[in-house]
Every structure is written in structure tokens, then in C-alpha cells.
Design a protein around this ligand. Structure first.
Ligand SMILES: Nc1ncnc2c1ncn2[C@@H]1O[C@H](COP(=O)(O)OP(=O)(O)O)[C@@H](O)[C@H]1O
Length: 195
């Protein structure tokens, strides 16, 4: 299955994106081991999180509309945001993934979601923090936190994304704010992992 997905990715995403995807896959495995999550599921979700990354906007909109009636206005304005949701559709229809936890982790990797599972949290933070994202002090600190407190890591990842969107004057999808508020509220209650 992994080989099949990689062959498909080689034909459907850039080399640069494939390196990112493999970085996410590996970081998902590491974080899953760290936070007692199933590493095979985490690896599959990481490997398939960006299947639709290079689908054109019209295709993303069409595929999303076939699954759900109401596409929200921010996604209509920026259909690229739908690549996470559509990647889950491709994982299901092209690769036969039926596990709702894996499909949900793929679907939520860009915006997150309040009450999301630990598997979802892992893919969400690994997408932002895998090694190919760079080695700034801020990213290094965030990587440390991702091993210690998954919810604090989700909070930081949301804030990192929000800072970027504000700085570059991009439209903000409100779901990331809901995710950030949820993660903030649970972060303090969760036990730090002293690994
Ligand atoms: N809350 C948000 N609102 C609007 N755009 C967002 C939001 N979060 C991420 N994006 C944008 O959506 C695109 C996809 O995000 P992401 O899946 O994290 O992609 P990448 O792996 O390319 O960074 C990026 O251009 C990112 O800036």
C-alpha cells in the first residue's frame, strides 16, 4: 500500500512536496510513539494528507460539492483550502482507506477542529513542523513542545499559522480560531510528557 501511494504521489505532486509528505509521515510516526497513538494509522494519515495538494481549484470545488452541500464562503473564495477534505476523499476512493480516524486526520490537517482526536492533532502539527519546514528557533521550540504537550502544540501551530496569514494579508478561515481556542483550553489540563 505505501509503495502504491508513493508511486501515485510521484505522478501527482512535485518532488519538493513529496519530500514534505515523507517528512510528515516520519514525524507522525515519532509523535504517535511519543503520545501512545497507533503509529501505523499515523503513518498512513501523514502519507496521504496532501494527495489533492495539486488539484486545480475547479476540481477541488467539484469533488467537495459532491460530498457535502454547503461549502463555506472562505473555501469558495480560496478553494485550495479544500485540498485537505478532498485528500481524504482520494484516500478513501483511490486507496480504499475506510478508517474514519485516518480520514478525519487527513481532512482536518489544515484547519484542525475542536475536540479532534490525538491522531488528528499529530497530523496537524506534523504538517507544520516536519524538518523540511526549516530550522528557525521558533520551529525548534515548537518541535520540542510537540513531544511534550500535544494540545499546546496544536495551540502554537494555530497561532503560527494565524501570524503568517495576518502578515501576508490573507483571508482567515474561522475554523482555525475555534481549533486554537479548544487547544488552549485543554493544553493546561493535559499532563506534560517528560520523555
Ligand atoms: N485558517 C486559514 N485560513 C485561510 N488560509 C489558511 C488557513 N490555514 C492555512 N491556510 C492556507 O492554506 C494553504 C494550505 O495550508 P496547509 O495545508 O498548511 O499547506 P502547506 O502544507 O502548503 O503549508 C496555505 O496557503 C495556508 O497559508
Amino acid at each position: 500500500m505505501r509503495e502504491q501511494v508513493i508511486i501515485w504521489l510521484e505522478q501527482n505532486v512535485s518532488q519538493h512536496r513529496l519530500q514534505h509528505i515523507l517528512g510528515v509521515e516520519q514525524m507522525c510516526i515519532d509523535l504517535a510513539n511519543c503520545h501512545q497513538v497507533n503509529p501505523e494509522k499515523a503513518a498512513q494519515a501523514g502519507l496521504m494528507h496532501d494527495l489533492a495538494k495539486f488539484f486545480p481549484p475547479a476540481q477541488l470545488l467539484e469533488m467537495a460539492k459532491q460530498e457535502q452541500s454547503g461549502i463555506d464562503p472562505v473555501c469558495i473564495a480560496n478553494p485550495h483550502l479544500l485540498h485537505a477534505y478532498v485528500s481524504a476523499i482520494v484516500a478513501r476512493d483511490r486507496f480504499g482507506i475506510e478508517d474514519p480516524e485516518i480520514l478525519s486526520a487527513i481532512s482536518n490537517h489544515t484547519l484542525g477542529s475542536p475536540q479532534m482526536s490525538d491522531l488528528c492533532c499529530i497530523v496537524f502539527v506534523a504538517d507544520a513542523l516536519e524538518p523540511n519546514r526549516g530550522n528557525t528557533p521558533e520551529l525548534e521550540t515548537m518541535r520540542r513542545v510537540s513531544r511534550q504537550n500535544l494540545y499546546q502544540s496544536v495551540q502554537q501551530t494555530c497561532e503560527y499559522s494565524l501570524k503568517y496569514l495576518l502578515k501576508t494579508q490573507k483571508m482567515i478561515h474561522p475554523q482555525v480560531i475555534l481549533t486554537r481556542n479548544w487547544a488552549l483550553s485543554v493544553a493546561k489540563q493535559s499532563e506534560p510528557n517528560t520523555d
